[in-house]
Write a protein that binds this ligand. Sequence first.
Ligand SMILES: [Zn+2]
Length: 209
Amino acid sequence: MRSAAVIVATGVLLSYPLTLVGEDLFVLAAFDRSPDTAAVEHMRQETARIFADTGATLAWRTRTQPGIMPPGAVRVTLQLHGSCRVEPNMLSLAEDGPMGWVESYGGEMLSLIDVDCDRISAMVWQNRGTLPLPLVVRAFGRALGRVLAHELYHYVTQSPAHGASDLFRPVMTSRDLMLPDVRFEPAEIEVLRKALSARGEPLTCRAIS
Ligand SMILES: [Zn+2]
């Protein structure tokens, strides 16, 4: 979805419209405490599924996994707060407050996204109905992925503005978190596509300068 440029030995910049090979979005995830790996995998899959509508691919790595960051990708660091687990007999009650946010400094959104596992797990747990535990874990992972997708939208577009989809309204409810299928609306996808393309160009230039 982005074009890359190549540089030759003479230092002349050629603007061949090459297609970037690799990932468009790269998430480096860190956890306060050891998470439920199944929930984290559901989270990763859900965020990747949502962003697939934009044509963007998602790469994911935790801080304990070795590996390099793909060049040219839009990179964010994700901090998951609290306990990213669903435990039987959980007693916590969901409190009002943000489920996720993008850190900012001087009016600019930084590539640091925070997600509150405790608040989200409490919302999913309270609305689990008769779901068996493995499906509650899946719903929890998907909810985490939806909150991350919402915050990634803010970061990629560098805008606090919201849309009308279940994913990108100003306030996401437990219903939005647990719907079987949620997507960005076509207008939101178009804004995301343009923003991802625009963000890819300076990254590409920086990579070869
Ligand atoms: Zn928002």
